[in-house]
Write a protein that binds this ligand. Structure first.
Ligand SMILES: Nc1ncnc2c1ncn2[C@@H]1O[C@H](COP(=O)(O)OP(=O)(O)OP(=O)(O)O)[C@@H](O)[C@H]1O
Ligand SMILES: Nc1nc2c(ncn2[C@@H]2O[C@H](COP(=O)(O)O)[C@@H](O)[C@H]2O)c(=O)[nH]1
Length: 434
């Protein structure tokens, strides 16, 4: 059981404990609470638990824990980054499952607190990913405008570039639709529970049914290094815009309302009543498509081929299939390399850097750089940079260099102190003579 008081003293080493029973306690000096991250002895849960101890009230609180929770590993350590989140490092876990952020006071957590009674503590997990990600693409527009048709063409031409975010819905499947491919067809109760547990990036009631994008639907595609495409309504696009996920937003318009109605009817998938409902909603959606700051691009789907070419231009795709201008640094492959923290390690934070020191001989130390992190709960926290340094690989000069630098700074500080004292004395003498 280890304790650290980050806001009273500079954050220092918070040790990890080996074995499946591991607890790390983070004491928040400001908020009168201690976060205990890890399992209790008889805890049968497979994920890392979180408990909160309220010091002044001398009581334990079980918080509402949102987001995808990390599965327990053979020990973990934790270090607070600031007043908003705690970095948790799992040892002996797979490389893409090592760094987790427990958010305690981020905008997402504060937003979610309003959904719960005020006295309930709320925390949220966000998985940390080394490397940048490609931005997902949100495609929105009224029902029947041709979003699905455009997306199918894109997926067919560029199968290794794009991945589709499979939404959840409570509507019944159409004849040609497959569960898990077109949608995850679910019961309303189950979907509402998952929404309460913070598993959805966005959700909305559309044409009388519940539709939603789970965090995993988007992040699993992004983890593969693919651009994730979301086909969602305008309410959903608005929610994603407000979320921590950075995306490109495209709104598709029909050439006319008459043409929209024609397409919806010719598709032949809805009853007359449903068509009328979709057309009524289309009027509102077409107006909202012009909302300032919501969509980055507007596409008119008149001639399908022309519209598709324009979509490819927006996404910087050449006709040969390669990305013409890839402004995003896609280091996804590096995310899965070189992370293997042993159970015996310690972590310490220095500004935006976290030093992970491995006590076992032969294990390399790592420096985790957090200055470029982005995203956060309910999504992944991306942009982590990891540098590994093996002690064994060091050249002899680099072994004694740190101690030399250490001694040099001690001597320098002593000299400065002396100079300071002399300066004070001189100052005093000057003032006396004045
Ligand atoms: N440019 C176009 N010209 C003529 N027909 C089109 C065009 N684009 C799509 N369509 C047709 O319009 C119908 C509706 O298209 P689609 O299913 O792709 O719409 P959608 O926007 O995905 O609808 P929903 O939001 O209800 O899923 C389909 O039958 C499709 O073949
Ligand atoms: N907000 C969300 N809207 C979604 C999602 N998945 C689909 N949709 C939108 O619903 C309508 C109707 O779709 P249909 O398949 O029943 O024709 C359409 O506009 C989709 O864009 C979602 O996850 N969230």
């Amino acid at each position: 059981f280890f304790c650290d008081s980050p806001l009273k003293v500079a954050p220092k080493v918070v040790d990890s404990n080996s074995g499946s029973r591991c607890e790390v306690s983070i004491d928040d000096g400001l908020r009168d609470v201690t976060y205990v991250i890890g399992s209790e002895e008889n805890d049968s849960d497979s994920t890392i638990s979180v408990r909160v101890f309220k010091k002044s009230a001398n009581e334990w609180v079980v918080p509402a824990v949102l987001g995808t929770k990390p599965v327990k590993s053979n020990g973990h350590s934790a270090v607070p980054l600031d007043e908003t989140r705690i970095l948790v490092i799992k040892s002996n876990s797979t490389s893409d499952d090592c760094f987790w952020f427990l958010e305690i006071d981020t905008p997402f957590v504060r937003d979610q607190k309003t959904r719960f009674r005020s006295e309930v503590a709320v925390v949220a997990w966000s998985k940390g990913v080394v490397g940048e990600a490609v931005k997902p693409v949100v495609i929105s527009g009224p029902s029947g405008v041709g979003k699905g048709t455009l997306i199918s063409k894109l997926m067919e031409e560029f199968p290794s570039t794009f991945g589709f975010s499979v939404s959840h819905t409570t509507r019944a499947p159409r004849n040609n639709e497959q569960d898990g491919v077109h949608y995850h067809f679910v019961e309303r109760d189950a979907m509402e529970k998952d929404i309460r547990d913070g598993k959805f990036l966005e959700f909305a009631s559309v044409h009388g049914n519940l539709y939603g994008t789970s965090v995993e639907a988007v992040e699993a595609v992004t983890d593969q290094g693919k651009k994730c495409i979301l086909d969602i309504d305008v309410q959903g696009a608005r929610s994603v815009r407000r979320s921590s996920l950075e995306a490109v937003f495209i709104f598709v318009r029909p050439p006319s309302f008459h043409e929209l109605e024609k397409r919806l009817r010719s598709r032949g998938t809805e009853t007359e009543e449903q068509i009328q409902k979709r057309l009524r909603n289309a009027e509102a959606e077409l107006q909202q498509g012009n909302s300032p700051g919501l969509f980055d691009h507007i596409l008119v789907n008149d001639d399908l081929e022309k519209c598709y070419q324009r979509l490819k231009e927006i996404l910087s795709l050449s006709s040969s299939g390669s990305v013409v201008k890839n402004t995003e640094n896609n280091n996804v492959s590096s995310a899965s390399k070189g992370v293997d923290i042993p159970s015996k390690h310690s972590v310490s934070r220095h500004n935006q850097k976290v030093l992970i020191k491995c006590s076992e001989g032969g294990d390399s130390d790592s420096m985790l750089e957090l200055s470029s992190i982005r995203g956060g709960a309910p999504c992944r926290t991306r942009g982590l940079k990891l540098n590994k340094q093996s002690f064994d690989d060091r050249k002899p000069v680099r072994k004694w260099l740190p101690s030399f630098v250490g001694w040099a700074s001690v001597i320098l500080e002593a000299l400065l102190l002396k100079a300071d004292i002399v300066g004070v004395k001189l100052n005093a003498r000057e003032r006396i003579s004045d």
